[in-house]
Design a protein around this ligand. Structure first.
Ligand code: SF4
Length: 345
């Protein structure tokens, strides 16, 4: 037996489906000899099983990426090309249309096996009676959006599912860096229901659109409004801006990966800070983290990489890490009243 309870060669237990036969077909169809496998943290324990199944069924050699993978922005083209990798199997995320991979890449979704209905039923009493509800979800639950819609309609609610921009792969999708599907229906809904869990997405929607937002946590089978979490995050962000008022030296963090790279924005922030008499430098970084910022020793940082970094982990950073909009608020170019979370899309 292995640590996770599976026997050698057996698939480890999981609440996510993976269509292994479809992966094998793709590898065979492309005559790939060297295949890279990239999985999010929650599925990494399936790496050994998947790699050996693919190798046995196709004759290809598989190399597994053990680096963290938080989204389809985490592409490894630069590392994999020199190895001669023929194709990449990227699991659990959908293609970002504005940041396509250079290497041939198959995006394989990992749909959750959990029933969304108990969580959506728990959400109904928290939503405005008879109202129109904007339905949002993550990749893992996209197949169940119809189930969620049916529960809401049975409860006398109307639903609206928005189309997003190029970064999104399906209607109603929400990413931590892209709320465009929510934005497309925001004017016609009374509230949003986010099916899937994840406080960050819900708070982003609540701040952007001033609507009631309920998160249906499918794993727990429960539902919660995000008001308290939104207020907590606002307090933390306001404190970070306050602490940055004494900062003179700023590092503007730029990600090297195309899906998180906002070079033009970083350059314009540098100009803006210079014009305000401050001392910014551009900092290229992969996987922004507290230790590295500590080593650089600047007074404050501005994050142009994944928007979650500044907001989710601020307490772990030794100094303020601001979003681009927070810098504009700091410099008096925008007001706190228009506060919203950062987006790339
Ligand atoms: S930039 Fe951040 S929120 Fe957007 S896909 Fe990447 S990891 Fe997710």
């Amino acid at each position: 037996m292995t640590e996770d309870g599976s026997s050698e060669g057996e698939e480890p237990p999981s609440t996510f489906d993976l269509d292994v036969e479809a992966i094998i077909e793709e590898v065979n169809g492309r005559d790939a000899e060297l295949v890279a496998l990239q999985l999010p943290e929650g599925l990494k324990r399936r790496a050994h099983y998947l790699a050996t199944r693919i190798e046995k069924a196709t004759g290809a050699v598989v190399i597994v990426s053990a680096d963290p993978c938080y989204g389809a922005c985490d592409l490894l083209d630069d590392q994999l090309e020199p190895l001669g990798v023929d194709m990449v199997v990227h699991i659990g995320h959908t293609l970002l249309g504005d940041a396509p991979p250079r290497l041939p890449t198959v995006f394989v979704e990992a749909p959750s096996r959990l029933d969304v209905r108990p969580a959506v039923e728990a959400a109904v009493p928290l939503l405005p009676p008879g109202g129109t509800i904007g339905l949002l979800t993550t990749t893992q639950h996209r197949h169940a959006i119809k189930d969620a819609e049916a529960v809401l309609e049975e409860a006398g609610l109307r639903t609206a599912i928005g189309e997003g921009g190029r970064r999104l792969a399906f209607p109603g999708q929400v990413l931590g860096c892209d709320l465009s599907a929510a934005r497309s229906v925001a004017d016609s809904v009374d509230a949003f229901l986010l099916v899937g869990g994840g406080r960050f997405h819900g708070v982003g929607v609540a701040l952007a659109f001033q609507r009631t937002v309920v998160v249906a946590d499918v794993e727990m089978g429960t539902a919660n409004r995000v008001d308290e979490e939104r207020d907590r995050i606002l307090r933390l962000r306001s404190a970070a801006i306050g602490r940055a008022k004494d900062a003179r030296t700023f590092g503007i963090l730029v990600e090297s990966r195309p899906g998180q790279q906002r070079w033009a924005l970083a350059r314009s922030l540098r100009t803006m800070l210079q014009e305000s008499g401050l001392q910014p430098v551009l900092v290229l970084m992969k996987d922004v983290g507290p230790d590295r910022l500590f080593s650089l020793g600047m007074d404050a940082y501005v994050n142009t990489a994944c928007p979650r970094i500044a907001v989710d982990d601020q307490s772990a950073y030794p100094v303020p890490v601001l979003t681009p909009q927070e810098v504009r608020i700091l410099l008096g170019k925008e007001t706190w009243g228009d506060y919203r979370l950062d987006e790339i899309g």
